[in-house]
Design a protein around this ligand. Structure first.
Ligand code: ACO
Length: 155
């Protein structure tokens, strides 16, 4: 796995990441109008959802610049408890975004490697994700393989 450069930190998302998280995620999709208060209540909700093991199901991490605390990248691994596979756990990687000022420096790969290791540590038998065709090469570099296709219904 690629190691994190000295001038960056990987940590769980916090309230103070409000602006930085929104900016990074705006490079992925529509963030919409979300207040600091709503942001904090989402983080509190995430913190409250526990697996039977007592571990947190929602795990959103940021890579920040050590000096400035600027959010360079953000991503989530959500852990799902199943009946199948002997009551197994599956990791779902969601909402990956590297701030456009920080792309091409391996931070995306470092983040995916980190999230994948969290899934393994928490006992998942696999971790899966959906992505655009244009990002297949990126995920292949992170050791993911194509498996099936995404289907959706939109509301
Ligand atoms: N296609 C093919 N290869 C790629 C791509 C791509 N789209 N993007 C990066 N790579 C390669 C790099 O060249 C590098 O290869 P190397 O190790 O041989 O030099 C390797 O993948 C790692 O690249 P990083 O530098 O870690 O990529 P970066 O930090 O720029 O992050 C990311 C890539 C996350 C796709 C970024 O461009 C981004 O945030 N894009 C906009 C939002 C987005 O599309 N997010 C993913 C949504 S899917 C999801 O959330 C589950």
């Amino acid at each position: 796995a690629t190691t994190i450069p000295n001038d960056y930190t990987v940590r769980r998302i916090e309230s103070r990441d409000f602006e930085g998280a929104k900016t990074a995620l705006a490079g992925l999709t529509i963030v919409g109008e979300i207040s600091q208060k709503e942001f904090d209540s989402i983080l509190n909700y995430w913190d409250s959802v526990l697996l039977p093991t007592g571990e947190q199901a929602y795990n959103t991490f940021v890579i920040t610049v050590k000096d400035t605390e600027r959010v360079a990248a953000i991503g989530t691994i959500f852990i799902e408890k199943k009946i199948i596979h002997n009551g197994g756990l599956v990791g779902h990687i969601e909402d990956i975004a590297v701030n456009s000022d920080f792309r091409g420096q391996k931070l995306g790969k470092i983040l995916i490697d980190y999230l994948s290791s969290v899934g393994k540590q928490l006992g998942c038998y696999k971790t899966i994700l959906d992505c655009d065709v244009k990002n297949v090469g990126f995920y292949e570099k992170c050791d993911y393989k194509e498996a099936g296709i995404e289907m959706q219904i939109r509301y």
